[in-house]
Design a protein around this ligand. Structure first.
Ligand SMILES: *[C@@H]1O[C@H](CO)[C@@H](O)[C@H](O)[C@H]1NC(C)=O
Ligand SMILES: *[C@@H]1O[C@H](CO)[C@@H](O)[C@H](O)[C@H]1NC(C)=O
Ligand SMILES: *[C@@H]1O[C@H](CO)[C@@H](O)[C@H](O)[C@H]1NC(C)=O
Ligand SMILES: *[C@@H]1O[C@H](CO)[C@@H](O)[C@H](O)[C@H]1NC(C)=O
Ligand SMILES: *[C@@H]1O[C@H](CO)[C@@H](O)[C@H](O)[C@H]1NC(C)=O
Ligand SMILES: *[C@@H]1O[C@H](CO)[C@@H](O)[C@H](O)[C@H]1NC(C)=O
Ligand SMILES: *[C@@H]1O[C@H](CO)[C@@H](O)[C@H](O)[C@H]1NC(C)=O
Ligand SMILES: *[C@@H]1O[C@H](CO)[C@@H](O)[C@H](O)[C@H]1NC(C)=O
Length: 491
């Protein structure tokens, strides 16, 4: 389905209308007879479809829910009612405690059948599979008094939007092992509209809650579900190990859904995000590791992360970001087969003085930019700090970043690497790049304080800051100065 969803737009079938229409029109009779036949055929096909549709509906075999754990429950076994009105928090909590008792025997599975299951936030447990059937929708309750407050994340020292505590997530877990959230593409819907409105009107006293947040956990699999309209970041794995996110659709309005990032791996290790479709009101994916002095003290990097086969749309921010909170360091990230469409930016690394940490050993391979304003961005003055306590001398290190196989069309500024004297960008590599431009202009490969190389010929031609090599990786021309500054934000 990802294929159809993402790439269907490219299937153009061309008919040579110009040639055969005049031949028929030459005889009015033939034309009207044809019109009758076509009209009749359409009515016939239409009726046939209705009948088929009704039969299919009656015959429709229930899509059986697979049994993935030794013991399975239905939410209804615990008093759940899927009418969109009944609050099911206690049913979820009873189900989770029943499953918590099964841990040593392989855990348990909780099936959520088709229906609308309104609930306040609840916790998961270890060795649990939450299975969302087709047309099952878990709805987050909108009234914030049902949302528990939690201490700030230690690596942020701060609620992120407000000092002090923050709201927990709709679906939450801490110190867990072996958790699966999967299904036949059922949905977890945060009903974020009321939160976004209150946030914009400054009516909230605490940072909004994510939709799904799993903290200090390992062996997590989230697959084949849809996450939509999160109040805040959608899926937030925090200080976790061995996390796989696969076949997940993440949706929020592309405008006026503030901070609805898709997936935010935060101080996580050994993580795969693959085959996802993400269209949200902020970054599609944002890899993070804590904020300024709090993130430096917590000291836990995001590392060994693979993103592949993703289709992302982000009108406000970027398809895939690293940072801006990256104070614990981010390393060994591979982003491949990424398609970013109708977006403001495609891939972005953002940081600033005060962050400390590093972003290194990052490989982008086979990226397609389809109508994006800025393709590749590295920004080193993203000055947003938790409080005045940050150390302006804590300078992040940005290095070892490769861009291989960068293609696309409709791009205004393909590259903007804005290093600075304090935070230069080192050892970047470009190879095999050809990006169609919205309109030609000079200064579209923008650089400042960047050192690195280009292998072979790329389009558009690179800034003078980079050394040029031929396809065999022999030096052709050394850069005159790595510090030339040609950055134009107005363009
Ligand atoms: C869950 O509900 C389905 C359909 O209503 C039923 O077939 C199945 O046996 C139930 N499973 C359990 C574990 O109660
Ligand atoms: C959910 O988990 C958090 C963190 O472990 C805990 O503080 C909270 O009390 C739990 N809530 C319930 C209802 O168990
Ligand atoms: C899952 O549901 C979402 C939202 O309705 C839809 O966009 C997506 O195509 C569905 N995925 C599959 C595999 O059917
Ligand atoms: C990672 O987690 C999966 C379950 O999601 C598990 O099957 C696998 O064994 C784990 N891998 C490691 C290396 O622990
Ligand atoms: C997701 O669904 C597809 C079929 O739609 C299935 O092949 C795949 O195994 C599922 N993935 C996981 C991890 O459950
Ligand atoms: C980098 O991450 C990949 C997973 O994406 C992993 O297979 C590889 O071992 C990691 N490399 C190092 C040097 O840790
Ligand atoms: C590059 O990525 C696109 C999806 O964005 C995919 O269709 C294509 O097969 C990939 N090419 C290679 C060589 O992997
Ligand atoms: C370029 O800037 C770096 C600091 O970012 C400095 O060490 C170097 O001397 C500068 N080179 C030139 C030629 O100005």
């Amino acid at each position: 389905m990802m294929e159809t969803f993402a790439f269907g737009r490219y299937h153009h079938h061309r008919f040579d209308l110009k040639r055969w229409i005049p031949a028929f029109l030459s005889s009015h009779k033939t034309f009207f007879t044809l019109l009758w036949i076509v009209g009749f055929a359409l009515v016939f096909i239409w009726q046939q479809n209705i009948v088929d549709g009704l039969l299919a509906f009656r015959r429709a075999p229930a899509w059986p829910i697979p049994k993935l754990r030794p013991v399975a429950f239905n939410l209804t076994d615990f008093g759940g009612v899927g009418d969109g009105v009944t609050v099911n928090t206690e049913a979820f909590e009873r189900a989770v405690s029943a499953i918590a008792k099964l841990g040593k025997r392989g855990g348990g599975q909780l099936n959520v059948q088709a229906g609308y299951w309104l609930t306040a936030p609840f916790n998961l447990t270890s060795h649990m599979t939450l299975f969302l059937a087709a047309n099952a929708v878990i709805l987050g309750i909108q009234d914030e008094k049902y949302w528990p407050l939690m201490p700030p994340l230690p690596s942020y020292g701060y609620g992120r939007e407000h000092p002090g505590p923050r709201y927990g997530s709709l679906i939450h877990g801490q110190h867990l092992k072996d958790v699966v959230i999967t299904g036949h593409n059922g949905t977890i819907n945060g009903q974020g509209q009321s939160w976004w409105k209150k946030y914009r009107r400054k009516l909230l006293k605490h940072t909004r809650g994510p939709l799904v947040q799993i903290m200090w956990s390992s062996d997590i699999l989230i697959s084949n579900i849809t996450l939509r309209d999160s109040p805040f970041w959608t899926l937030h794995p925090y200080d976790c190990k061995n996390v796989t996110i696969s076949g997940v659709t993440i949706l929020a309005p592309v405008f006026e859904a503030p901070n609805t990032d898709g997936i935010d791996p935060d101080s996580c290790e050994n993580m795969v995000i693959e085959d996802c479709y993400i269209s949200v009101g902020d970054d599609g994916v944002a890899i993070k590791s804590g904020w300024d002095q709090y993130g430096i003290a917590y000291g836990r990097p995001s590392t060994n992360i693979l993103l592949r086969n993703l289709v992302i749309r982000s009108m406000v921010s970027a398809g895939v970001s690293i940072g801006s909170e990256m104070s614990g360091g981010v390393s060994n990230v591979t982003v491949e087969n990424l398609h970013v469409w109708n977006s403001r930016r495609a891939v972005r690394i953002k940081t600033s003085a005060g962050r400390g940490g590093y972003v290194r050993h990052i490989t982008y391979r086979n990226l397609t930019f389809d109508n994006v304003r800025v393709g590749i961005v590295i920004k080193t003055d993203y000055n947003e700090h938790p409080d005045e306590g940050y150390d302006p001398n804590a300078l992040p290190v940005i290095k070892d970043i490769s861009f291989i196989g960068i293609h696309g069309q409709g791009v205004r500024v393909p590259v903007r690497i804005h290093g600075s004297e304090d935070i230069p960008v080192r050892n970047v590599k470009f190879q095999d790049m050809s990006v169609g431009l919205t309109y030609k202009k000079k200064h579209i490969f923008q650089c400042a304080f960047v050192q690195g190389r280009v292998i072979g010929t790329i389009f558009p031609s690179p800034c003078e800051n980079l050394d040029r090599y031929d396809e065999q990786e022999r030096l052709v021309k050394r850069s005159i100065s790595q510090n030339i500054t040609d950055i134009d934000y107005d363009f």
